[in-house]
Design a protein around this ligand. Structure first.
Ligand code: ZN
Length: 164
């Protein structure tokens, strides 16, 4: 049978364009919330997974805590990646101080977020899943993976625009 829907990630092209259209408002809101949250020191600190002290392999500087790391290193545009991989990990890249400038990475757990923004973010995610379920035959688990892929792409696009 031709035109059969395959659920491997590489077969979503047409569906993805359609979903970008009908989920446009929700995706924008989700990206907005996600990128606001990851700019907050408190949000990040509550999720740190990397062990401290963290040492720079290049210059040997030791960052005793996440706080010291956060305030003692330089921001990189697009420094936070892989958010939102709900329930998974995301990363923050920052540069060691000049003249070292080596890029260091801290890993975070994306655990449940019960702040107002965090709750709203889950609602928007669920709204998107409902809309996908109403319009396509994708099974629930695959729809979730599909949606996370869309969101990750939207966030990368947003960050790329912000760095121009
Ligand atoms: Zn260094």
């Amino acid at each position: 049978m031709t035109g059969a829907l395959k659920l491997g990630t590489t077969h979503y092209v047409g569906l993805e364009e359609a979903a970008m259209e009908y989920l446009s408002a929700e995706l924008d809101e989700f990206v907005q919330i996600s990128t606001s949250l990851v700019k907050s020191f408190g949000f990040l600190q509550s999720r740190v997974k990397s062990k401290f002290p963290k040492d720079c392999r290049k210059c040997g500087k030791s960052y005793k805590s996440f706080e010291e790391f956060y305030y003692g290193t330089d921001e990189i545009v697009q420094g936070t990646v892989s958010y939102p991989t709900l329930g998974s990990e995301f990363y923050l890249h920052r540069n060691c101080k000049s003249p070292c400038e080596s890029t260091l990475v801290v890993i975070f757990n994306d655990r449940r977020d019960d702040t107002a923004l965090g709750c709203r973010r889950r609602e928007v995610f669920q709204d998107c899943l409902d809309k996908i379920a109403a319009r396509t035959p994708i099974p629930c688990a695959a729809a979730r993976t599909f949606l996370l892929g869309l969101l990750a792409r939207r966030i990368q696009e947003h960050l790329a625009k912000a760095s121009c």
